[in-house]
Structure formats: structure tokens, C-alpha cells
Ligand binder design. Structure first.
Ligand code: PLP
Length: 412
């Protein structure tokens, strides 16, 4: 008899976006002629930068040639991409990494979800709340998160609320925690931490022997100089942090799949008997067994992100999304909605009108304005009372969304 991993069964049936999709599908079936505008799922809409397309076409041609064909590549990624990452994302900021510290992958979701495999199941863990659901769900799956409680929290997870009251800046835990996930710029709130604020977390981690798992999938959207793009801009972080990056939102690679994880060689964790081991070695061993590398074509595309033309094209694409965010933010402020984020991130975090829950606001916007947003409570208990809107649509769609929202607000 095979026994199932019952921890997985503890996860509520529907993942947030499936639940939204079900509601949207029901709406479409019952209102076939109504056009919906979606500010919901966080997928990009602009085509890939031309430099990436060109590089991938050329990589396909390589695959058609016996001399330039690429089969299995190095599990950690091709040197051409790793070198470009080190030079452009880190050396340019005075941060030094060797190629063995960069692990190219098929996007940040896999590694943020899988990293827990190299940590004992009984580490204590903490997350900012609300947060990208993968961090908690992947810990539920291995039993680390404990049991789901009636308030929507997991019994073995510490939550650091990010609320209007604290300006969406989480307070440091008042106890020791083994592993903490941070995501900045933040999905879903679109808020950021300054260098001074992030330093407090790094200092906490160094003082408490805590491992920080830092997801900076949205770093390309940062506009302000005092906002760190990488946790390694903070002194000491290479001793306490793993960083996850992705080409998905930077260069529209959501359908191409490529990202990378940085595991510095200085970073160690303890065995049960107290010896220190390099997490880089353990992660490498895990990847060698379970990952066969991102595709050659994706990696050539990602390399082109760092070319002269690629950089200009990426900048233009990000500016266009940020122009949407700017317009949406201003329009919603004019509607006297409380709106956060959207200045250094493609997400806006909007307070729902008084007396409504996140889901109620979602349902009403869907049925009364033909507008799809994401209920904040789907990202954690502190997300109740908010919805997330994304700036990834076309400018016209974002404008149409704001017009529908304004008319709806006026009708209240
Ligand atoms: N991290 C965060 C915070 C995200 O919002 C997402 C995607 O929405 C990811 C990681 C995963 O990105 P990908 O797997 O496409 O690299």
C-alpha cells in the first residue's frame, strides 16, 4: 500500500488564482457579451524584448546544427549567462560572486518552493503577511508549517503583519526564528524596504543565526536610489541570506522560464550535532539530483537581457508598466481610495471601501464593473480589507479599468 503525503492534503483545495478563475469563468458563462478588464493575475502582457527574441532565434539555429547543438547543459547554468549575471547584477554594485554561487533555474517559483528541502522539517519559520503564497504552501507540504487554524494562520508559522498602521514595514520578531522569507519589492503590497530597514533584518539574522530567503523577483521595477535591488547590498548578508531572482517580470520571461538563485559560499547552517555546513554545497547536491538545467534557448534569451540593446528594451518595457502604475495610483487617489505600492513595483494595494471584505469587493467589482482584481486576503490574513491590482495590462486596459472603477465608485 502506498501512503500519501498527508501534509499536502492540509492545503485548502483551491489555490487563490484557481478560485478567481472559477468565479471569472462563471461570470463569463452567465454574461457572454460582457467584456471583462483584468487587473488580476500577475502576468506580463508585453512581448519579449527584441534582443531576447533574436538571441533565442539564433539559439534555435544552434540546435539545428550538428556542431552547435546543445543537449544537457550544466545543471547550474551555462557560464555565458552566469558571467553576465555576476557582471551586471552584482559587480556593477560592488558585490563579488564566483560562478559557483549562482544557480540558474527555470524561474523563481521552483527554487523558492524547493529551497525548504535542504532545511530540516522542524525549523521554525516566519513570513511577512500578506505574502506570495508559495512560501507558506511549500512549507505546509513538508509538515513544517503545522496545522491550519481558524484564523487562516498556520500553527508553526510566525506572521509579521504589514499593515496600514505600520506603513507596510514589518516589525522584527520578538523571538528567534530559524528561517524567514522576505520579498521586496513586495508581492502583493507593492511596497519596498529602504537599505536602513533591510539592514535591520540582516542584523537580526546575523544576531540570531537566522536564514533569510530573499525574493527580489521585482527588483527591476525599483525607481528610488535608496531602495536595495539585492540583499547583498547590505553588509553581512552573504553570511545569512539566499537571494532569488527571475527574468519573468524583468524581461517578460513568464512563458520562457528562466531565473536564478544566489547561494553564497560563506552561508552555513548547522547539523543537529552542531557542525556548520555550507548551504551552497547542499543546494548544489540537491540540484544535481533533481534539476537538469534550464533550456539552452531560455538561457541565451536571458543572456541577451544584459546586452546593450536588451538593457534599453527592458528599461522601456518596465517604464511602460510603471507608467500604468503611476496613472492608476493617481486616478485612485483622486477617487479618494487609499492606495499603496505602485511606485517601485508593478502592484498596487488598494483598501476596500468600508464595510466590505476583500472577496465582497472582488465580487462586486466583477459583477457591477466587469473588473477583475485579486482579493488581498488570498495572500494572508493581514491582506483582508485590501485588493491587489497589477499594472501589467496595456495602458488602454488600465485606463478603462480606472474609468469603470470611478463610475462604480460614483454609483455607491
Ligand atoms: N516570486 C514572486 C514574489 C512572484 O510574485 C513570482 C511570480 O509571480 C515568482 C516569484 C515566480 O516567478 P517565476 O517563477 O516566473 O520566476
Amino acid at each position: 500500500m502506498s501512503l500519501v503525503n498527508e501534509h499536502i492534503m492540509k492545503l485548502p483545495d483551491s489555490y487563490l488564482f484557481s478560485e478567481i478563475a472559477t468565479k471569472v469563468n462563471i461570470f463569463k458563462v452567465t454574461h457572454p457579451s460582457r467584456k471583462l478588464v483584468s487587473l488580476g493575475i500577475g502576468d506580463v502582457t508585453r512581448p519579449l524584448p527584441a534582443a531576447c527574441i533574436e538571441a533565442m532565434h539564433s539559439a534555435v539555429d544552434d540546435m539545428a546544427s550538428a556542431e552547435r547543438f546543445h543537449g544537457y547543459g550544466p545543471e547550474q547554468g551555462y557560464d555565458f549567462l552566469i558571467d553576465a549575471i555576476i557582471k551586471n547584477d552584482y559587480l556593477s554594485k560592488g558585490i563579488f560572486f564566483t560562478p559557483g554561487e549562482i544557480f540558474v533555474n527555470d524561474g523563481a517559483k521552483s527554487d523558492t518552493g524547493n529551497i525548504g528541502e535542504i532545511l530540516r522539517w522542524d525549523n521554525s519559520m516566519g513570513v511577512t503577511d500578506p505574502i506570495y503564497p508559495v512560501y507558506i504552501d511549500s512549507n505546509v507540504m513538508c509538515g513544517r508549517a503545522g496545522e491550519l487554524m481558524p484564523d487562516g494562520k498556520w500553527s508553526n508559522v510566525s506572521y509579521f503583519p504589514c499593515t496600514e498602521e505600520n506603513g507596510f514595514i514589518p516589525e522584527l520578531p520578538d523571538k528567534r526564528i530559524d528561517v524567514i522569507y522576505l520579498c521586496y519589492p513586495n508581492n502583493p503590497t507593492g511596497t519596498v524596504l529602504t537599505k536602513q530597514e533591510l539592514k535591520k533584518w540582516v542584523d537580526y539574522a546575523l544576531d540570531n543565526d537566522t536564514l533569510l530567503l530573499f525574493d527580489s523577483a521585482y527588483e527591476a521595477y525599483i525607481q528610488d536610489d535608496n531602495i536595495p535591488h539585492s540583499i547583498y547590498e547590505i553588509r553581512g548578508a552573504r553570511k545569512c541570506a539566499i537571494e532569488f531572482r527571475s527574468f519573468s517580470k524583468t524581461a517578460g520571461f513568464t512563458g520562457v522560464r528562466c531565473g536564478y538563485t544566489v547561494v553564497p559560499k560563506e552561508l552555513t547552517a548547522a547539523t543537529f550535532s552542531g557542525d556548520r555546513v555550507q548551504l551552497n554545497k547542499i543546494w548544489k547536491r540537491r540540484q544535481n539530483t533533481k534539476f537538469n538545467g534550464a533550456s539552452y534557448i531560455s538561457q541565451r534569451g536571458a543572456e541577451a537581457v544584459y546586452s546593450h540593446d536588451g538593457k534599453l528594451q527592458v528599461k522601456e518595457i518596465i517604464s511602460s508598466y510603471m507608467k500604468n502604475a503611476y496613472m492608476m495610483r493617481n486616478r485612485m487617489k483622486r477617487m479618494e481610495l487609499d492606495v499603496y505600492g505602485g511606485a517601485n513595483a508593478p502592484y498596487l494595494w488598494v483598501k476596500v471601501p468600508q464595510g466590505m471584505t476583500s472577496w465582497k469587493f472582488f465580487d462586486r467589482l466583477l459583477y457591477e464593473a466587469g473588473l477583475v482584481v485579486t482579493p488581498g486576503v488570498g495572500f494572508g490574513p493581514s491582506g483582508e480589507g485590501f485588493v491587489r491590482m497589477t499594472a501589467f495590462g496595456t495602458y488602454d486596459d488600465c485606463l478603462e479599468a480606472m474609468e469603470r472603477l470611478e463610475s462604480w465608485m460614483e454609483s455607491l
